[in-house]
Design a protein around this ligand. Structure first.
Ligand code: NAP
Length: 215
């Protein structure tokens, strides 16, 4: 089992990397700073703000079973509909929406039928909420849901599954210390999903526990 995990420098991505190695899987981990991937993982240094540059970083990959698009940012300090940092909004879209698709495109030449592409989205993407706080982040995650839903449609004939994950509210740098979920438990839940034959669930939005949820 060869899994590629983006954003392995900290948070959920780092926990997933350690746990995947402990499961005996081959792990390729992307980080922004050379020498910071966990021992035992193959390191790819890549910045998700440059989606066009990702293909060259992935050119040397071989036989990838699973890609987990985990790297993400919460977005700029000023992200209200009536007071928007547009450069920060664009960066949020680049990292949270465009890079997952660019990573999928970069990895696909190295993935056979049976492969899985998992993308960490958020409950903040849910269209049922009319909340307006952190609207750049909410928008980027709603948009990546739509992108991945379309990718699932396009890859189903090739036998490759595309699944969106809601990790809940997790105690990481992003989620903060008051969040509900233990990052180690969430990482384990995501790896359990990654380990399964995904085609039955392709195009779906799953909680980290595996149950389906609304978009
Ligand atoms: N925590 C939550 O409550 C929560 C809830 C819903 C969804 N999520 C999603 O879960 C995923 C992981 O979040 P987390 O809580 O683990 O956050 P985190 O602790 O802040 O970790 C984010 C990871 O993304 C990487 N990253 C950020 N910008 C990047 C860039 N430009 N290029 C490459 N990598 C970049 C970071 O790299 P560095 O280590 O180099 O900074 C870090 O490894 C994200 O997609 C997030 O949106 C989290």
């Amino acid at each position: 089992m060869h899994i590629v995990i983006t954003g392995a420098g900290c948070g959920i991505g780092r926990k997933m990397t350690h746990q995947a190695l402990a499961r005996g899987w081959q792990v390729t981990a992307t980080v922004r700073h050379a020498g910071t991937a966990p021992d035992g993982a193959e390191e790819l240094v890549a910045d998700m703000r440059d989606p066009d540059g990702l293909a060259q970083f992935c050119a040397g990959l071989q036989d990838v079973d699973v890609l987990v698009n985990n790297a993400g940012i919460i977005g700029p300090a000023r992200q209200a509909t009536l007071d928007m940092d547009f450069a920060g909004f664009a960066e949020t879209l680049a990292v949270n929406t465009l890079a997952p698709l660019a990573m999928a495109q970069a990895v696909l030449p190295h993935m056979r039928a049976g492969g899985r592409i998992l993308t960490i989205s958020s409950q903040m993407a849910w269209m049922g909420y009319a909340k307006s706080d952190r609207i750049a982040y909410r928008t980027s995650k709603a948009a990546v849901n739509k992108v991945m839903q379309g990718l699932a449609t396009d890859l189903r004939p090739r036998g490759i599954a595309v699944i969106l994950i809601d990790p809940g509210w997790v105690r990481t740098d992003m989620g903060g210390p008051d969040a509900d979920e233990d990052p180690a438990a969430v990482a384990a839940g995501i790896l359990d999903i990654a380990a399964q034959d995904g085609l039955a669930k392709t195009g779906r939005f799953l909680r980290w526990t595996g149950e389906e949820r609304d978009f």
